[in-house]
Design a protein around this ligand. Structure first.
Ligand code: UD1
Length: 366
């Protein structure tokens, strides 16, 4: 009888936790086949960005915490690389699984690849074709380090094929983030967060902004705040503030407007945020995960960008690309608030069973 495969699941930032949780649970359900170990790089370390997600998603305690913390891209990536290489040498896994496109994804994949350990990339093949996004660089490089690719949508499969990656090892498995959504939906329905924030279902707008081009540029950041104010003339706005955004507001000396119609709140835990998404009238965001989750929840989503690396959320989901000019965004928001969106579909295989499909494929690997 072969020994269970040792599989490292490398996570570092908030969206990684949501993607890793269902796969960890699925691998743990098959102890005869798998010995999974969760490796936390420490990229996100605030309790609000990390511990609360571990609790909400039943992630347990990681097998290792590399404590990389914040820093420039090079510093952060290098710290994970060094610390993870040490761990890989001390306790070599049969496979390394990385998720998404954050700096920890890149460092985890690179450390493993250089030691000849096969890498599986979950959420492979997504492309914005915009190299000014650090995530785009990360995922392009990770895809060319990986030896198995798990894709969320057909466009990703096509992107990988167009880059010459081998078709038999590219697997269209659906979106693992939706596995977590399905698992936590009932708990989100019982969340008390709306009452706590004083908003009523269907009568508020949920807004999040955290991507570097949107917040590191202070003129643009001020523009998003103006947009929030204008939106709040229609409906109250709930604004969970990412630590990067909070840091830049402080650096820019931007005062939060003294109105309770734009409610700046701390980053929310997974279950409470899901509840806020499920019940908002409209989500306004630059987050990729929110574009995906609102598509499944059937909630209109307005993305603050000219393009998206998740095209299926626009093609069949509720996502609308609203551009990066606050006035233009307001016009699109008004149209949606007046008329809603037509009933949309859930993308192919975004059904809550992606982790099972990935585990079935990993079980067949040498
Ligand atoms: C990272 C990902 C981004 C993802 C986001 C989700 C990269 C390149 N980017 O961006 O794709 O959408 O996570 O949240 O990996 N900070 C804290 N506490 C923390 C973590 C960060 O205060 O626990 C602050 C620090 O000031 C830090 C800044 O946030 O410098 C940015 O953190 P970082 O991990 O570099 O990237 P994110 O903006 O969180």
């Amino acid at each position: 009888m072969p020994l269970p495969k040792k599989i490292d699941l490398v996570v570092g930032a908030r969206p990684n936790f949501v993607k890793a949780a269902p796969l960890l649970a699925e691998l743990e359900r098959r102890p005869e086949a798998f010995a999974p170990r969760l490796v936390h790089t420490g990229q996100h370390y605030d309790p609000r960005m990390s511990r609360v997600f571990f609790e909400d998603l039943d992630l347990g305690t990681p097998a290792a915490d590399l404590e990389a913390g914040s820093g420039s891209h090079a510093q952060q990536t290098a710290r994970v690389l060094e610390a993870y290489e040490r761990r890989l040498v001390a306790d070599r896994p049969d496979w390394v699984v990385v998720f998404g496109d954050v700096n920890s994804t890149l460092a985890g994949a690179l450390a493993a690849c250089k030691l000849g350990i096969p890498v599986a990339h979950v959420e492979a093949g997504l492309r914005s074709f915009d190299r000014s996004m650090p995530e785009e660089t990360n995922r392009v490089v990770v895809d060319h380090l990986a030896s198995s690719w798990f894709a969320t949508e057909r466009a990703a499969v096509q992107n990988l094929a167009a880059e010459g990656l081998p078709a038999p090892r590219i697997f269209m498995v659906g979106n693992i983030m939706i596995d977590s959504l399905v698992r936590c939906r009932d708990r989100a329905a019982r969340s008390a967060v709306l009452g706590r924030l004083g908003v009523t279902p269907g009568r508020y707008i949920l807004m999040t902004v955290h991507k570097p081009p949107n917040v590191d540029d202070h003129r643009r950041l001020a523009g998003w705040l103006q947009l929030a104010l204008r939106l709040s003339e229609r409906l109250p706005v709930v604004f969970p503030c990412h630590p990067r955004t909070a840091r830049e507001l402080l650096r820019a000396g931007i005062e939060w407007p003294p109105t309770d119609r734009v409610r700046k709140v701390e980053p929310q835990g997974y279950v409470d945020f899901l509840a806020l998404e499920a019940h908002c009238r409209l989500a306004v965001t630059d987050s990729c995960g929110v574009q995906e989750e609102t598509t499944v929840l059937g909630v209109p989503c307005l993305t603050l960008a000219e393009r998206t690396d998740r095209p299926v959320t626009v093609e069949v989901g509720t996502n609308v690309l609203a551009g990066t000019e606050p006035i233009g965004v307001l016009g699109v928001a008004d149209r949606i608030l007046a008329g809603g969106v037509a009933p949309r579909q859930v993308p192919e295989l975004w059904d809550g069973h992606t982790a099972t499909r990935i585990a079935d494929i990993l079980a067949k690997e040498p």
